[in-house]
Design a protein around this ligand. Sequence first.
Ligand SMILES: [Zn+2]
Length: 167
Amino acid sequence: MSSFVTGQIIEARCTRCKDVTGHVVMACLDGMPVKVECRACGSVHKYVAPEAHARPKAEKPVRVKAGHNRVEAVDATVKAEKHLSAPRPTRVEQQNARRAEENEQRWNSLVAGRAAVPAPYSMSGTFAVNSLVDHPVFGTGAVLEILPPDKMDVMFKDGVKRLRCVC
Ligand SMILES: [Zn+2]
């Protein structure tokens, strides 16, 4: 960030014009202007950054409820605002999201962290319940159930798939 010098002409928010105008820097502190003169109306006032007006929202006070600390309260407020601004998800979308999440948790508990090397999937392969299968499209899955004569249900990251196999 560049530092400012006295006499420099900068853009700043004028407290009298109530607009961003050209200002002459009258005094600086630590490279930041502290006192400026508006070239439009000639008033001398403290420096206000041009964008200062555009971001009062972030400084909005947050009400802290009993039992919550400030971080939680801010978090809850941000979530509430997001919820208000975003279009409400439909019931089906909510159900799908919940199902996907449950599915992933289940997949994680069945597949993730297992030391066993998944066997490459093949329609002519024979698989045991609970063994791991490596499918070229669906990835790694765990065999949930063998369905004679020639099918099995496999839990993949994006859901249970019924695959051909030799039972
Ligand atoms: Zn002014």
